[in-house]
Design a protein around this ligand. Sequence first.
Ligand code: GDP
Ligand code: IMO
Ligand code: MG
Length: 431
Amino acid sequence: MAVDLLLGLQWGDEGKGKIVDVLTSKYDIIARFQGGPNAGHTLVFNGKKHVLHTIPSGIFHEKAINLVGNGVVIDPVIFKKELLGLEQHEIDYRKSLFISRKAHIILPTHRLLDAASEAAKGKAKIGSTLKGIGPTYMDKTGRNGIRVGDLEMPDWKEKYRSLADKHEAMIDFYNVDLSYDLKQLEAEFFEAVELLKTLKIIDSEEFLFNAQKEGKSILAEGAQGSLLDIDFGTYPYVTSSNTTAAGACTGLGVAPNQIGDVIGIFKAYTTRVGSGPFPTELFDEIGETMGRVGHEFGATTGRPRRCGWLDLVALRYACLINGVTQLTMMKADVLSGFETIKVCTSYYYRGEEITHFPYSLDEEYVTPIYKELKGWKEDITTITKSDELPTELINYIEYLEKELQIPISIVSVGPDRVQTINRKNSALSLG
Ligand code: GDP
Ligand code: IMO
Ligand code: MG
């Protein structure tokens, strides 16, 4: 059976966690393929909010298997905290959570290196979540990393020591003011590793081959968003993994011809957390309202998210790179009350109007060109049927479908599981 993908089309935080949770009843396996604890995926149901960082968003469904794939980087300390959080909800993760032997481990010194690198960059900092993501992927591609499978080998602590010693020398090289107690961090780390070692550690690609052969349905869950992709995002203000569809192939061992639906998820407006260009960013009352009504604060770092209008140039680009077949529009409720809704349809870029995503999104080169649509006043958070949505919102949805030539199958009108509307004739049933 084909493997479906769900991934973010903007700068992350599109609402992936919510929709994966909603769709999990349709799938046997939910698999994360990249990123790590830089992600913060929020799920809301039965009046409770849950934030997951490394654990896939299908974990609250009893029947689903949740797999942390080889493309993910795991911080055992954060992972342990997440597991303890699940225990409170009586989730039997020992039965339903599987971890790839080939996933890389974030060491305490990776986190310190992240902080040192950011401090050394000063104003040019990436705005990293400081979870050690960049340094861990650097060690992966530099062929120095420690993988989950190494933890089962007798010599892993020697490997650890030599890598951590090298990291300490690198931290000194940055010559920044960074105080830390490595002994304390290591004690916490080694303790968390012991818990990790008791979980179901598997050869995940083999597991997925067999699952496919047996006809099991699989949904791959992306983290971050396409505009944070290491190759196709707004480099260098990106994360260190391939967040786009190809990342699911390398991050799980799924062959490209096994990919089925690619579900692209986007907010009805745009947000970004951390540094980097953002052409449609608003610095006025409208942007402030989006942030306030949408509770736009990072689920991992608590930082306020920058807000702005929907950018169709960027969205079209993300749809093409990922081969998106179905769209999911999130947070339409946040736009209720605006007189007009603006959509960026092209850029004025270095002297000409363009509709493709250019090499640089820097403010000095890019000026967004907008189309205006009529807004709606109604509170839509209790609407359950797509034909009950305000006409102006339906017009907005149909306009985007026409521009992107991809159906918007789901419209989300609030954070809760139940605030999810399946559009008429949608190819994507909610299960
Ligand atoms: P993710 O990283 O893509 O999983 O997204 P986050 O969880 O970081 O951010 C999405 C935020 O929006 C969370 O606080 C969600 O609870 C919330 N959310 C998701 N969908 C909706 C929606 O349709 N309307 C509103 N108002 N909030 C939503
Ligand atoms: P989810 O999965 C939004 C951003 C950071 C920073 C840049 C690099 O919740 O959508 P990193 O820690 O990866 O080195 O940071 O990427 N970033 C995210 N922004 N949502 C995320 O994940 C993000 N993960 C990283 O803010 O700008
Ligand atoms: Mg998030």
